[in-house]
Design a protein around this ligand. Structure first.
Ligand SMILES: Cc1cc2nc3c(=O)[nH]c(=O)nc-3n(C[C@H](O)[C@H](O)[C@H](O)COP(=O)(O)OP(=O)(O)OC[C@H]3O[C@@H](n4cnc5c(N)ncnc54)[C@H](O)[C@@H]3O)c2cc1C
Length: 399
């Protein structure tokens, strides 16, 4: 930027921290304001497809990721009631061969910690904690954030990376309308040494069923199994990862499912639940010197496992645009939006559409499920459905 004022990032989640690292590596000054008093992510896993690792590697994180990641050799499918297993598609070396970078599974806290230490190496005091942003404003040559503490900070530009309930989005465009999808997501972690050998393999497993879906995959060097399940119900509509549920409730949601699913549920310490809400695409993300990134502007249902990866791609592109148009943040943000809107809107739309493939009432019938596996879940269909996602190279986009 022409002046030496920093770029302010509101929110120190995966998107905000990736943006901070990408900007610092380009020699631009940043300050991240995070509302939490301590730096940590929720205790859950996150899948990072090849399109995400491509960005993280370009930011110099390959070696630190390798210490903590799991790179599974393949994904498999299982039948919700009989437990029958089908190989689905290859990952591991096959992903690297096809897309150049691997598909990895991370504990969110591990990924978060890696980003924090890379940022602090470049700027030790870049992240300010306990700073809940209450409002953002702008004048001709500055953007200003006001915090719940009463403090203010001014910078050349502001990036709102403050997640699904974004305050920055609300200041710019008003409250967003969310529609309940009729689905609740459960998450929990299980210590791998509590699981029998056939359930502690370093693979990603999707269970297909009639009114819900179960997914589990290893994280944290394979020491923990991340469990996620999604079930159709309409009596819970709070969109937050920190609300605890009970094992009894989770057990009841999957009562007719195979005993292996219940082995996971019994071994989760604390299950958490999140009501899945859908939102339509926003017409604009930016106003002059202030923009949005990640879930703040395109929250995505988890049926493609790409929400955090979209935030990572956004972060790389917004940093490239700010470097390219250093003296004109408004132009930088207009170009960033232009590059990113169509792709993120496709991911939001296709994630929504994918829901009907991971569970549908017809799958209650054993024969129907086998037919569906043969029809929809074969490797060549997977290529059609997923290659466009994994091939995208945010690091090579002309800004
Ligand atoms: C069940 C489920 C499974 C998922 N699995 C995957 C997956 O496998 N792969 C994937 O890519 N995505 C996945 N996602 C999506 C992913 O979790 C989100 O897209 C991702 O976390 C968005 O990152 P973010 O940085 O934009 O927002 P967040 O992670 O929400 O971070 C926002 C940050 O801003 C802070 N903040 C909020 N308000 C303020 C404020 N006013 N002032 C200051 N700070 C503030 C918050 O404390 C937080 O640290 C999944 C989502 C769900 C629900």
């Amino acid at each position: 930027m022409a002046s030496s004022n920093p770029i302010l990032i509101i929110g120190g989640g995966i998107g905000g921290l990736t943006a901070a690292l990408a900007l610092l590596r380009r020699g631009l000054d940043v300050v991240v304001y995070e509302q939490a008093p301590v730096l940590k992510e929720v205790g859950a896993g996150v899948q990072i497809g090849s399109n995400g690792t491509r960005v993280l590697f370009a930011l110099g994180l390959e070696a630190s990721l390798r210490d903590l990641q799991v790179a599974p050799p393949r994904r498999q499918l299982r039948h919700w009631r009989t437990g029958e297993t089908w190989n689905w598609f290859d990952l591991g070396a096959a992903s690297v061969e096809r897309f150049g970078t691997p598909h990895i599974l991370m504990h969110r806290n591990d990924l978060h910690g890696i980003l924090v230490s890379a940022i602090r190496k470049l700027k030790p005091d870049a992240i300010k904690l306990g700073m809940k942003c209450a409002a953002v404003t702008q004048s001709g040559d500055a953007a200003v954030a006001q915090f719940a503490t009463g403090e203010r900070a001014a910078g050349d530009a502001i990036i709102g990376a403050d997640g699904i309930h974004s305050q920055v989005r609300q200041c710019l465009f008003g409250a967003s309308k969310a529609e309940f999808t009729g689905c609740v997501a459960w998450r929990g972690l299980v210590a791998m040494d509590r699981l029998p050998p056939h359930l502690s393999q370093l693979l990603t497993t999707n269970w297909l069923g009639p009114h819900g879906h179960v997914l589990h995959y290893p994280v944290h060097r394979g020491e923990l199994m991340n469990f996620i399940s999604i079930v159709e119900r309409d009596d819970w509509q709070v969109e937050s990862w920190i609300i605890e549920g009970t094992k009894e409730e989770l057990t009841a949601d999957f009562r007719d499912w195979h005993p292996d699913v219940h082995t996971f549920i019994e071994n989760i310490d604390t299950p958490y639940k999140w009501a899945l809400m859908a939102r339509g695409p926003m017409n604009r993300w930016s106003q002059d010197r202030i923009t949005l990134l990640g879930d703040a502007c395109h929250p995505t249902l988890p049926f493609l496992g790409q929400g955090a990866v979209m935030a990572i791609e956004d972060a790389y592109v917004v940093a490239a645009c700010l470097q390219q148009y250093r003296s004109d943040p408004s132009r930088a943000f207009a170009r960033y939006e232009e590059i990113r809107k169509e792709r993120t809107a496709s991911v939001v739309r296709k994630s929504h559409e994918n829901r009907r493939h991971v569970f549908s009432p017809a799958l209650a019938n054993n024969d129907e499920l086998a037919i569906e596996v043969a029809r929809y879940w074969q490797q060549e269909h997977v290529k059609e459905r997923l290659d466009w996602l994994y091939q995208y190279d945010a690091t090579a986009i002309a800004v």
